[in-house]
Design a protein around this ligand. Structure first.
Ligand code: GDP
Ligand code: GDP
Length: 455
């Protein structure tokens, strides 16, 4: 079950697999019922009808790995969540805006049988402002006869509409060919963060954990007035703040401040917002409410940061609400819950009383240091040699895979490529990860390990 919320600190990649965080992102946006989910299923090649006709169904799984003509990319699905009927224009546009900000290119889906609506025009304005390359998809063109319908969509001013039947597949190949021309080879959104300048931090966590309180508590103390610090490229929604004597960019602070209506679809909205913030940041602070039991949603947010390949600090907030005598017990419970990511620095804070908020900066520094650590190849290989001599891979079917050579292919996060004579099994790779951490630190960062088999 791919949706399972299981924490893992290492991303295991297939041989030659490009990590998700550096793949280009294609978002599918549009009004409800135009056929976005149907199109996503079509692109993913899913046979079964995953499309939900039940209103109010919310999902927080929105990103899928897809492939066309041998090119992998990430598909962001914004279909399948329910809006309230009032203020539909605004809601759709808001949702589209987030999805667009996450994407390298956009498929804007319109129902050709309905023609352009005012909501569609709203989305067009958002698209224009974003400057992102977009394709206009005229959906529900089920037959040649219906193609005249698509022509009415020229009026939206987005150029040629692509007539498609997501339901039957008609025209979807041409559409994907066109989309591939718009996608860069690697993502411009998440994969290539600007280096240099102040560090970029995202405060994330499920609703009500105290993100906005923490931001206020940090802002209340200090605030960098000078905006044009060298090397700063930031959106107006980001905030430049002095923490521990050093400037930091807190990304997407507008998203933290803007209270999400607790209506249907809010989870989905929050999840997209979280994803966007994490991808804009170098390090994520995941807030967890210490006064209530940890939830599946908390784990998902942590996993999002790990999957995005970002540095990670975990902040247990509302510590002021935890009774003195319960604290040791809670500490043990937390250690159990986070057993898979003991590498992430953890800090207990109270955003309300500002207790220990000043400790955040040193943990952010430590996590970023781990994230950028590079192990020289010679040192890595002497480490791997000693490890394999002391703990050889178990013999399987009369064969024993041997590691020939390893190299650290990348940092931010650290990515290792191991060349071996056979497949290194899961448990052994986890073991290598643990030993790598023991030997080299890698505090606060996920590690990626991929493998190449040489006969
Ligand atoms: P979403 O809300 O934009 O994700 O829309 P859905 O994918 O859930 O589709 C809404 C409805 O339109 C469903 O009943 C689909 O079966 C239908 N639909 C989607 N694509 C097509 C199409 O190409 N042709 C026709 N005739 N119906 C479609
Ligand atoms: P957000 O939705 O994550 O931005 O959470 P908020 O910052 O709006 O906080 C949600 C609620 O928790 C508010 O009522 C806050 O006053 C409260 N809260 C936030 N941080 C703390 C804290 O450290 N201690 C206590 N006791 N309450 C807090």
């Amino acid at each position: 079950e791919e949706d399972q919320a299981v924490l893992s600190g290492v991303r295991e990649l297939d041989p030659d697999e490009v990590p998700d965080s550096s793949l280009p992102v294609l978002a599918v946006v549009g009004r409800p019922n135009v056929g976005k989910s149907t199109l996503v299923n079509r692109i993913l090649g899913r046979r079964e009808a995953v499309v939900q006709d039940t209103p109010g169904v919310t999902r927080d799984r929105v990103r899928y790995r897809a492939e066309w003509a041998g090119r992998p990319f990430i598909l962001v699905d914004t279909g399948g969540w329910e809006h309230d009927a009032r203020g539909l224009d605004g809601r759709v546009a808001q949702q589209a805006e987030i999805a667009i900000s996450l994407a390298d290119a956009v498929m804007f889906v319109v129902d050709a049988t309905v023609g352009p609506t005012s909501t569609d025009e709203h989305v067009v304005r958002v698209l224009r402002r974003s400057g992102k390359p977009a394709l206009l998809v005229a959906n529900k063109v089920d037959s040649h006869r219906d193609e005249a319908d698509a022509a009415t969509l020229w009026g939206l001013g987005l150029g040629q509409p692509y007539p498609v039947s997501a339901l039957h597949g008609r025209g979807s190949g041409d559409l994907l060919d066109a989309a591939m021309l718009l996608l860069p080879d690697v993502t411009a959104v998440g994969g290539q963060l600007p280096a240099g300048g102040p560090r970029r931090v995202a405060l994330v966590g499920r609703p009500n954990v105290g993100k906005s309180s923490l931001l206020n508590s940090i802002l209340g103390q200090q605030r960098v007035v000078v905006d044009d610090v060298a090397g700063t490229t930031r959106d107006p929604v980001d905030e430049l703040v002095d923490v521990g004597g050093q400037p930091w960019v807190f990304v997407d602070t507008a998203g933290i401040r803007r209270r999400v209506n607790q209506t249907q679809g809010a989870d989905f909205y929050a999840s997209l917002r979280t994803q966007a913030a994490i991808e804009k940041a170098e390090v994520a602070v995941v807030l967890i409410d210490a006064s209530t039991p940890m939830t599946e949603q908390d784990i998902r947010v942590v996993q999002m940061a790990v999957d995005a390949g970002r540095a990670l600090v975990i902040a247990y907030n509302k510590w002021d609400l935890v009774d003195e005598d319960r604290r040791p017990f809670l500490e043990r419970e937390i250690e159990r819950e986070l057993v898979q990511i003991t590498w992430a620095p953890r800090v207990n804070i109270s955003a309300r009383t500002r207790w220990h908020v000043d400790r955040l900066a040193k943990h952010l520094d430590a996590a970023l240091e781990g994230w950028e650590t590079r192990i020289p190849t010679g040192r890595l290989n002497s480490f791997l040699g000693e490890l394999a001599a002391a703990h050889p891979h178990p013999v399987r079917g009369g064969k024993q895979p041997r590691i020939l050579f390893g190299t650290q292919a990348d940092t931010r996060p650290p990515r290792f490529v191991l060349f071996a004579t056979g497949f290194l099994e899961h448990g052994y790779r986890r073991f290598i990860e643990r030993r790598l951490r023991e030997e080299f630190g890698f505090v606060g960062t996920p590690i990626e390990i991929s493998m190449r088999v040489r006969e």
